[in-house]
Design a protein around this ligand. Structure first.
Ligand code: ADP
Ligand code: MG
Length: 612
């Protein structure tokens, strides 16, 4: 017999798990049944792809036994088993990727206990209910010796040779804690198992009696599957107690035989501090699991999905590496992605509330899709949601709705980027659009300029950012208010003079009706990178090309009228004032590289004005 300590992380996890909430406890049964099922799936694939499997005649079943008096529970499978090395690796360290993330989140928040029921934590959850656990296992490999692993879930485990007649597979014997003894009651366990036993792909014997109907729900006609069945299946495969937000069941005969059920979880784990989500969509070939985490089955931005994709056209005996480059996989990916996008579009129409929930949780993935997945850009663009000058705060709209509201003389779709709705509502860029009754979409997330730059168009309409110089707006039908305006001559003199002062910095200095609320504003060239994109490139250590925005003065603003006067009478003060107006405009546009310049200039301007 040998003593082995647990890896530090395992001990930390056990500490959380052992003190978990009572109501979460039953998840350990699901985790062990799920492991038994995984082990059987792996064995089945081995049998189809290799010739020598130990005890080939042994039936692929799970057997569960309770002993109420002895307060024990045993779960056995005839699956792939483990070698001694595998036992040490899998049952002494942390294998389950979800568990690693759970632990990280637990370390951060300190109150991750209530998340155990939401995200499975794998094998170690058994210690929520167990005083002592004995794992006896024999690998499928004919020459491997059987081993026994014994632990009380404290410091470590003992390892010893198991009897020679140990059959292939794994048997887990659980001695229940006093206050968890009810799991040895047949009724209690039957109830727990009832929640998902029908979604296990292998027969389960419970105290010698056959318990479940093995069914692959993704192979069934969707009319024959109830909501409860979808939920139960989801909870089993996603190791969770929560309901899916939505699911898609999809079958096709041509060009590829495909059967698939996909689920969107209720919450986005990436927003809950669980790190980057890993795809949980398994790949089957006619009900045989080929790969539980195939890479490239679905595009990256669909990594929040869980479920099953089954295709009879896949070759069974394909290696993982070969699978990744298999052309069939690309085709499957394309078909499923397209169907899922249609599912979301339909959802948005038929269940607007559910779609809005989806958007608030998973909208960032849709945006990621727009940037990375050009084949599906158009369908993704329809799924975007945002606020606008026409929506109330907190209410969302879409490009489709926007287009339906466009004015007759409006050519393009208008957008504006910023940190918040409140900030955008104050923007001088809105002046010209408001004056024409045109709607402007608000985009307030960091990556939004990339998303809209990638999208470029919606249907036939170009999407234009309203901080650009070339907006091509129709003339205003009602003449501007008759507030005093700069004379043509002084306007020219002013723009020539300011243009001369800042030759190097600006492509143009003009007088423009586009600005009515502020004295001046900065407009960018059509192809200039937006401030957000520039900041990103700089952070990535890349050269950022210098841009030369245009400065537009408001010919009716009292400060501008005063500036024109000062230009004639007091050039020194005029220059300070012009600099002040320009730097303020640049600041508001996110284009002022060095805000200290603005502070310094305003100090000098004040000194000049107040100490005259
Ligand atoms: P996961 O199932 O997500 O990998 P677990 O913590 O549930 O994480 O299990 C850890 C590992 O232990 C599994 O990946 C598997 O290799 C091994 N294992 C657990 N139970 C069994 C079993 N019944 N048969 C064979 N291997 C098992
Ligand atoms: Mg598991």
């Amino acid at each position: 017999m040998e003593n082995h300590p647990f890896q530090t992380e395992v001990r930390q996890l056990l500490d959380i798990v052992i003190h978990a909430f009572y109501s979460d406890r039953e998840v350990f049964v699901r985790e062990l049944v799920s492991n038994a099922s995984d082990a059987l799936e792996k064995l089945r694939l081995k049998q189809l792809t290799t010739s020598s499997v130990y005890q080939p005649e042994r039936e692929l079943r799970i057997s569960i036994e309770t002993d109420e008096e002895g307060k024990t529970l045993a779960i056995a499978d005839a699956g792939i088993g483990m070698t001694r090395e595998e036992v040490v690796e899998y049952l002494g360290t942390i294998a389950h990727s979800g568990t690693k993330k759970f632990l990280e989140a637990a370390k951060e928040s300190g109150d991750a206990k209530d998340l155990i029921g939401q995200f499975g934590v794998g094998f170690y959850s058994v210690f929520m209910a167990a005083d002592k656990v004995e794992v006896t296992t024999r690998s499928w490999q004919p020459e491997a010796a059987p081993v026994r692993w014994v632990s009380d879930g404290q410091e470590g485990y003992e390892l010893e040779a198991a009897p020679d007649d140990t059959p292939r597979g794994t048997r887990i014997l659980i001695r229940l804690k006093e206050d968890a003894a009810d799991f040895a009651k047949p009724e209690r366990l039957r109830y727990v198992l009832g929640k998902y036993s029908n979604f296990v792909g292998f027969p389960i014997d419970f105290n010698g009696e056959h318990l479940n109907t093995v069914q692959a729900i993704w192979m069934k006609n969707k009319k024959e599957v109830t909501e409860e069945e979808y939920t139960g299946f989801y909870q089993f495969i996603a190791h969770t107690d929560s309901k899916p937000l939505t699911h898609m069941h999809f079958s096709a005969e041509a060009p590829i035989v495909l059967n698939s059920v996909l689920f969107v979880p209720e919450q986005n784990p990436e927003m809950m501090g669980f790190g980057r989500t890993e795809p949980e969509v398994s790949l089957y070939c006619h009900k045989v699991l080929i790969d539980s985490k195939p890479e490239k089955l679905l595009p990256e931005w669909l990594r929040f999905l869980s479920g099953v994709v089954d295709s009879e056209d896949l070759p069974l005996n394909i290696s993982r590496e070969m699978l990744q480059d298999h052309s069939l996989l690309h085709k499957i990916s394309g078909i499923i992605t397209k169907r899922f996008l249609k599912h979301l579009a339909d959802l948005a129409k038929s269940e607007a509330d559910t779609y809005e929930k989806f958007w608030r949780q998973f909208g960032r993935f849709i945006k990621e899709g727009v940037v990375t997945c050009w084949e599906h850009k158009e369908a993704l663009g329809k799924l975007l949601r945002f606020e606008s000058t026409f929506t109330e705060a907190g209410k969302l709209t879409s490009f489709e709705d926007y287009v339906s509201r466009m004015k007759e003389n409006q050519k393009d779709i208008y957008v504006l980027y910023g940190a918040s709705r409140a900030q955008l509502e104050d923007s001088p860029y809105l002046d010209a659009l408001k004056a024409r009754g045109f709607e402007v979409c608000f985009f307030t997330e960091g990556g939004d300029p990339f998303v809209i730059d990638s999208l470029m168009k919606f249907g036939e309409k170009d999407i234009k950012s309203i901080d650009r110089a070339n907006l091509d707006l129709p003339p205003l039908d009602n003449e501007a208010p008759d507030a005093p305006s700069l004379e043509e001559a002084s306007a020219k003199s002013l723009t020539d003079w300011v243009g001369g002062l800042f030759k190097e910095r600006f492509s143009k200095v003009s007088i423009s009706d586009r600005v009515s609320s502020a004295p001046a504003m900065a407009l960018q060239g059509e192809h200039d990178l937006s401030p957000e994109v520039k900041a990103y490139l700089r952070a990535m250590g890349q050269e950022v090309p210098e841009t030369h925005p245009e400065i537009a003065f408001n010919p009716r603003h009292p400060i501008v009228l005063k500036l024109a006067e000062l230009q004639q009478s007091d050039a020194e003060t005029a220059q300070l004032l012009a600099t002040q107006l320009i730097d303020t405009a640049l600041l508001r546009a996110g284009l002022l590289d060095n805000p200290a310049d603005l502070a310094e200039n305003s100090q000098r301007l004040l000194e000049k004005l107040l100490t005259k």
